[in-house]
Design a protein around this ligand. Structure first.
Ligand code: GLU
Length: 419
């Protein structure tokens, strides 16, 4: 884990790494390395005791060449302007990798939400939505959940926007509760694309996924769902999972549903009776497993951890979990890393389905959502691996940037220069 790697610089390095393999002019590329605009706001929120607290909030709109800005909103104490800028850029290249008609954006509020009541979080979310109102909307910028936000916050954003605009516009925000215009399958979508990417990766590399050993770092929405689906649908053997309380391990495989109910009742994975031992975060990341899934926050694996990683395949569920130095180290050591901008794109892809359904005022079944998601992720996987084989790109991440930067640059070129 590295705190001193700036994720925005990591994004720019990833774009530079791909530049050598693309026919894009340097001035066009430079434009694709910076957000178009960033909103910074100070939200004054009334606490339950009547006092006022001020929270710093951001929304970065990175690029809108391929469609409305799109991306989640994060509530976390480590949110910063540069983190939000990086996350918004990753959304641009994620949407382009899976070829859905969106640009990229991201928002964040500097807060530890566990320290606040539901009423305080509601007032904070409505204050944020009020600041965002002029710059969001179904055709402009469409927020969604990210770390520590979910259906509840999205419903409040929708309600605030619709009240202030005196309209109904469910497509202003995605990741809503199904009864408020949310899509079937949205909650599991990020974990589902991680599972699908893992399945395709094993097949592509000629390895057997059934009974393969798997470690998952992070047990939030992405990690816990990915672990469950890799267990149930691929019959792999999840030997370790972790959260901020620590990691649990069992060489015979963990019962993910049971571990989840332990976490739901005690608030943490540590202490789970079905584990044979507990590990540190570093021990989990360096386990000798077939597949490692980092599903927590960015910079989880730096070069020093990467030097000790023993997994053969890494599928990134988190955004930016590897530092650029870790990437270099793993490329040198022939560890196959399938990048975030493909593997966790299920979330934004089903957000896209939600937005399409909202615009049509129509409802898809979960079966249809999952089928369309599978098609999009598998097509993107094939495009990426074809490009990897067709260029000298050193790894799958660079190949994904080659595909996605080209798509964004083409859209920008076709639009022409204005004014
Ligand atoms: N926060 C998710 C991500 O990083 C989902 C974004 C969305 O659905 O717009 O991909």
């Amino acid at each position: 884990m590295s705190d001193d790697v700036n994720p925005f610089e990591s994004l720019q390095e990833q774009i530079d790494d791909a530049a050598a393999y693309i026919d894009v002019a340097p001035d066009v590329l430079e434009r694709l390395k910076h957000p178009e605009r960033v909103l910074e706001a100070n939200l004054s929120v009334e606490m339950d005791d009547g006092s006022i607290e001020v929270f710093k909030a951001f929304r970065s709109q990175f690029n809108g060449d391929r469609g409305p800005y799109k991306g989640g909103i994060r509530y976390h104490p480590n949110v910063s302007r540069d983190e939000v800028k990086a996350l918004s850029g990753w959304m641009v290249y994620k949407s382009a990798t899976v070829d859905i008609p969106y640009g990229g954006g991201k928002g964040g509020i500097v807060i530890d939400p566990r320290k606040y009541s539901a009423n305080e979080i509601e007032r904070l979310t409505r204050a944020y939505a009020t600041e965002l109102r002029p710059i969001i909307g179904p055709d402009k910028d469409i927020p969604a959940p990210d770390v520590n936000t979910g259906q509840r916050e999205m419903n409040w954003i929708k309600d605030t926007y619709e009240t202030l605009e005196n309209t109904t516009a469910p497509g202003t925000v995605t990741g809503k509760a199904p009864t408020s215009g949310g899509s079937a399958g949205r909650v599991k979508a990020t974990g589902r694309s991680v599972m699908l990417t893992a399945r395709e990766a094993f097949e592509y590399l000629g390895k057997e996924v059934e009974s393969a050993t798997v470690a998952v770092q992070g047990f939030g929405n992405a990690g816990s769902v990915a672990a469950g689906l890799i267990d149930e649908e691929l019959n792999a053997n999840i030997v370790a999972v972790s959260d901020s309380s620590g990691a649990i391990y069992n060489s015979d495989g963990l019962d993910i549903a049971d571990a989840r109910s332990h976490k739901n009742s005690t608030g943490q994975l540590s202490g789970y009776g079905g584990a044979s031992k507990e590990l540190t975060n570093r021990e989990l990341l360096t386990l000798d497993v077939d597949l490692l899934v980092p599903a927590a926050l960015e910079n989880a694996i730096d070069a020093s951890i990467a030097a000790d990683v023993e997994a053969d395949i890494i599928v990134e569920a988190a955004n930016g979990p590897l530092t650029p130095d870790a990437d270099d180290e793993l490329t040198d050591r022939d560890v196959a890393v399938f990048p975030d901008i493909l593997a966790n794109a299920g979330g934004v892809t089903v957000s896209y389905f939600e937005w399409v359904q909202n615009r049509q005022r129509f409802h898809w079944t979960e079966e249809r959502v999952n089928e369309e998601l599978e098609r999009i992720i598998c097509d993107a996987f094939d495009t990426l691996t074809d490009r990897y084989e067709g260029t000298d790109a050193p790894n799958y991440r660079t190949a994904a940037y080659v595909v996605s930067i080209e798509r964004v640059a083409h859209a920008a070129k076709e639009a022409g220069q204005f004014p």
